[in-house]
Design a protein around this ligand. Structure first.
Ligand SMILES: *Cc1c(COP(=O)(O)O)cnc(C)c1O
Length: 374
């Protein structure tokens, strides 16, 4: 196998991949309308349900060609019947994106905002559900990737079901990392894309959801031609294919990544991510940086770090130094606050993080940056 330079990506996806996943893209040319390719996608759809421990009689996975945002778009535009409302529980940049999607489609919605460094309050959610019986779809984010806060989806989902609504959760930055049980976590629809927890390539996204609810949505308004959940589901069920051209080589890589996911094992993989995240916390503390989100609220995958209070601090310069040494760090996504992010996604280990902090320390030194401990 040809040597491929290994970069350690500490950005919130795409993630560092194994060489075997990279190489799995090199396959003989194939038309994706061949039965062989349909069978590959059929197996993949089942595996994607198994990853969240879904019963295959009750849940299915629908694949799409696009980045993770396509899932958000599809869930919101496809799962709302006429005359009903969406409730977006919004404590961060990704739920704010869901609000924008509702605005663009002209969907009736409630934007229930909470502070970005706090978990949503269940009593307030319940109050809103009680006062608005026309809420049909409740949407939130599992791990708000902008901050790294973990939302209590199981508890929110229980309330949603108590008020007879449908619960869609953006699990893009937890799926195949933090263990999820779709049924026990009260999720009707969750979603992810191949380049995050699965540690595969960009361009393939998928929604795992309740089959009955997908079938029910056949009669809901069709608000998009390309991005409709029922239409794509129906096409898969009747032909075994994606309605339009799938990302062929990306799907081969995802197949290899899923194989490696099951080989590593859910628990072992989560432990590895946890060790990586612990190493991030340790390095941050040692250098004197401060985190944005209280430890006990973090999902254990994304760490938001405040800029140090030093006039020499220059994120771009630090980024570039780290990048030249094989490590990618990423800007923050919190309005009004200067932060950067270090993420524990991907095929990386605690040892990579230790090496990263040596490079970061060097980057601070060459740029004469002092991290003040407050
Ligand atoms: C990465 C991510 C997405 C999708 O982002 P894309 O840039 O479209 O891949 C959506 N939601 C969450 C929570 C994410 O972390």
């Amino acid at each position: 196998m040809q040597q491929i330079k290994r970069n350690v990506l500490l950005n919130p996806g795409p993630a560092t991949t194994t060489d075997s996943v990279k190489m799995a893209q090199i396959v003989p040319d194939i038309c994706p309308r061949e039965k062989e390719f349909a069978s590959l996608m059929d197996d993949m759809r089942k595996d994607l349900v198994r990853i969240v421990h879904g019963d295959l009689d009750k849940y299915t996975a629908v694949l799409f060609c696009g980045s993770g945002t396509i899932n958000m778009d599809i869930c919101l535009n496809s799962l709302l019947p006429e005359g009903k409302k969406v409730l977006v529980i919004n404590n961060g940049a990704y739920s704010a994106r869901a609000v924008e999607i509702c605005e663009y489609y002209g969907l009736p919605f409630i934007n229930l905002k909470f502070p970005v460094d706090e978990q949503p309050r269940l009593d307030i959610i319940e109050q809103v559900l009680k006062e608005n019986p026309d809420i049909e779809l409740v949407y939130t984010t599992h791990n708000e990737t902008g901050t790294g806060i973990l939302n209590p989806i199981r508890e929110i989902g229980a309330l949603v079901h108590q008020y007879d609504a449908v619960f869609a959760v953006d699990t893009t930055s937890t799926y195949a990392m933090r263990p999820i049980n779709i049924e026990q976590d009260n999720i009707d629809f969750c979603m992810a894309s191949a380049q995050k927890g699965l540690m595969a390539m960009t361009g393939l996204s998928f929604i795992v959801g309740n089959i009955e609810l997908i079938k029910k949505s056949a009669s809901y308004p069709k608000r998009s031609y390309y991005c409709n959940l029922y239409l794509q589901y129906h096409f898969f069920e009747t032909t075994g294919e994606m309605h339009f051209t799938p990302p062929v080589q990306t799907i081969y890589a995802a197949r290899q990544a899923i194989k490696e996911y099951f080989e590593e094992g859910e628990q072992a993989k989560w432990e590895r991510h946890t060790q990586v995240c612990d190493a991030i916390h340790k390095g941050i503390e040692k250098l004197g940086f401060q985190e944005v989100i209280r430890r006990e609220l973090q999902a254990g995958l994304v760490v938001s770090v405040k800029y140090p209070d030093d006039e020499n601090w220059d994120f771009e310069k630090v980024h570039d130094y780290c990048y030249e040494h094989g490590f990618t760090i990423y800007p923050g996504k919190i309005a009004g606050q200067d932060t950067f992010r270090l993420c524990a996604l991907g095929a990386i280990t605690a040892k990579d993080i230790e090496q990263f902090f040596e490079v970061l320390e060097e980057a601070l030194r060459v740029n004469h940056i002092v991290v003040n401990v407050k």
